[in-house]
Write a protein that binds this ligand. Structure first.
Ligand code: CU
Length: 312
């Protein structure tokens, strides 16, 4: 009896420790579970739904498991007549363990696919509003946010009006990256020579953290930006400030930005889209045409021959 008690104690210590760990790690502070906009809220609901469903499955499996090991444990007075271990050809069991996985997969995938498709267009609650288009381009390890309509561009920071959908046009000058603003919604990839569209929206004012969510080398950890969500008046005020006071993004200046390295936050009263659009096939080789030489030097590729594999 004493053995049984200590066994139970040990059994219940594991989930207890786990719960303590969750609380101690400040689990309530997870940004994706604290959405600041409709897109993030849809995704949060999906996450909570999936965790709940999977927890139910785990609990059922564990209950069955403990039932089995107690029900069919080795006992001195049991004989072969009490238990038949051969279940081959048991139609009832075969049907149960074929149908249940189907139900689980359907229950998980139907809401997931529905939300994924719904998030491919601007949030429904603000569909009376024209989305604000922002081109979000990257090069190692910087963010360029161009507002074509306002004809301004920022480096490594973003201002957006609250309660208005933002239509991000994602592309990259070089390595593949991903735009992620956890408080506003999940990430999507930036690639060279093609464009992705991501709709996000903030429904309150505040400062949110944004980052590149796809590993792209030594500057990855600092490939971040801040998002300021503000009222429409404040946003318009900021736009006209930048239009009137910031320098122009000249082609020379932008070409300097494209060299690998980090950059301070900055703003300009014109956009680089006048010279190159990395989302188009024509913009695909822009950075290699500019700096491909440096890369060749680093990799000993001059002249297309005499590479490291030919040096000996
Ligand atoms: Cu692609």
């Amino acid at each position: 009896m004493k053995n049984l008690v200590s066994w139970f104690k040990r059994l219940f210590m594991v989930p207890g420790l786990f719960a303590l760990l969750l609380v101690a790690s400040g689990c309530s502070g997870i940004t994706v579970l604290d959405p600041k906009g409709p897109v993030a809220r849809t995704q949060q609901e999906l996450i909570i739904f999936s965790i709940t469903l999977m927890s139910v499955i785990v609990i059922v499996v564990f209950v069955l498991f403990f039932y089995m090991i107690i029900r069919f444990r080795e006992r001195p007075n049991w004989t072969d007549k009490d238990y038949d271990p051969h279940q081959h050809g048991n139609t009832t069991l075969e049907i149960i363990w074929t149908v249940i996985p189907f139900i689980i997969v359907a229950a998980l995938s139907v809401p997931t696919v529905t939300s994924l498709y719904a998030l491919e267009s601007p949030p429904e609650e603000t569909n009376d509003q024209e989305p604000l288009v922002i081109h979000a381009d990257t090069s190692n390890w910087k963010w360029y946010f161009s507002y074509p309509e306002q004809d301004i561009e920022t480096v490594n920071y973003l201002h957006i009006p609250e309660n208005r959908p933002i239509e991000f046009k994602l592309a990259s000058a070089d390595s593949m990256t991903a735009l992620w603003i956890p408080a506003l919604g999940g990430q999507k990839y930036n690639m060279a020579g093609m464009q992705n569209t991501l709709y996000l929206q903030a429904d309150e004012e505040g400062e949110f953290a944004g980052r590149n969510a796809n590993y792209n080398g030594s500057g990855f950890a600092e490939h971040t930006f801040t998002v300021t969500s503000e009222s429409e008046e404040e946003f318009n005020q900021w736009v006209s400030d930048v239009q009137n006071n910031a320098p122009e993004m000249t082609k020379d200046r932008f070409d300097q930005y494209l060299e690998p390295g980090l950059a301070q936050e900055a703003e300009y009263s014109s956009t680089h889209l006048e010279y190159v659009d990395f989302g188009m096939n024509s913009g695909r080789s822009y950075i290699t045409d500019l700096y491909g030489g440096n890369l060749g030097e680093q990799l000993h590729l001059e002249g297309g021959e005499g590479g490291p594999w030919e040096e000996e």
